[in-house]
Design a protein around this ligand. Structure first.
Ligand SMILES: *[C@@H]1O[C@H](CO)[C@@H](O)[C@H](O)[C@H]1NC(C)=O
Ligand SMILES: *[C@@H]1O[C@H](CO)[C@@H](O)[C@H](O)[C@H]1NC(C)=O
Length: 179
C-alpha cells in the first residue's frame, strides 16, 4: 500500500518534470541568452555547445553512473550541484538545472567556464571548437536585442533600489567574464 503511494508520487513528480521540459529553437535560445546578458563575443560558441550537449532541451538528463550525471541545457556534471538540496561547486540543486528557468543554469555554466573553460564540455571540444558555429546573426534578437532593464534614475535610488543595483552588477560581472 505504502509503496504504491510512493510509486504514485514518483510518477506525478516525473510527469511534472516532463511538463517543465522546454526545447528552444536556435533563435529562442539566442534571445534567452542575450536576455540573461551573455556576452555576444562567444554567444555562438554557447549556442553550439548547448545544441551539441542537450539539443536545446532544458530537461536533458544523462546518467553515466549513479554518481555521474549531467543536467540540463548545459549538461552540467553532478559535482557542480547536489540532488535534493543546494550544494556542489555551484551551490544549487541539480533539479533546478532541469526546469525551464535557465538563469541559475547560466550562472553555474559561467562558473564552470571561469574555472575550466569551454574544454570542460567534450562535445564543444569535438564539434564546436574550430568548426563553423551556428549562424545566430540571422536571429531577430541578435539584430534587435531585447531591452535591458536600466538602473533606476538617481532620485529613485531608495535603499531597496540600491540593493538591487548591487545585486544587478554582481550578476552582470559573473555573466560577463569575457568582457
Ligand atoms: C527532453 O529531455 C527529456 C529528458 O531527457 C525527454 O524526456 C524529452 O523527451 C526531451 N524532449 C525532446 C523534445 O527531445
Ligand atoms: C549586461 O552587461 C552589460 C555590460 O557588462 C552591463 O552594462 C549591463 O548592466 C548588464 N545588464 C544586466 C541585465 O545584467
Amino acid at each position: 500500500m505504502a509503496s504504491t503511494r510512493a510509486l504514485q508520487i514518483i510518477l506525478i513528480l516525473t510527469l511534472c518534470l516532463g511538463l517543465q521540459a522546454k526545447v528552444f529553437t536556435r533563435c529562442q535560445l539566442t534571445r534567452e541568452l542575450l536576455k540573461i546578458n551573455f556576452s555576444r563575443t562567444f554567444l555562438s560558441n554557447w549556442v553550439c555547445l548547448i545544441e551539441q550537449e542537450s539539443d536545446r532541451n532544458t530537461s536533458a538528463l544523462v546518467v553515466k553512473t549513479s554518481r555521474r550525471k549531467y543536467y540540463g541545457l548545459f549538461q552540467i556534471g553532478s559535482e557542480w550541484c547536489k540532488e535534493g538540496k543546494k550544494g556542489g561547486k555551484c551551490d544549487i540543486t541539480c533539479e533546478s538545472l532541469l526546469d525551464e528557468d535557465i538563469k541559475d543554469d547560466s550562472v553555474c555554466a559561467n562558473k564552470v567556464f571561469e574555472q575550466e573553460g569551454f574544454k570542460y564540455w567534450s562535445k564543444w571540444e569535438a564539434r564546436c571548437k574550430g568548426h563553423s558555429l551556428p549562424d545566430i546573426e540571422k536571429c531577430p534578437d541578435w539584430v534587435h536585442p531585447p531591452p535591458i532593464r536600466s538602473s533606476p534614475p538617481r532620485d529613485k535610488r531608495t535603499a531597496r533600489g540600491k540593493r538591487n543595483i548591487r545585486r544587478f552588477s554582481r550578476r552582470s560581472i559573473m555573466l560577463n567574464p569575457l568582457i
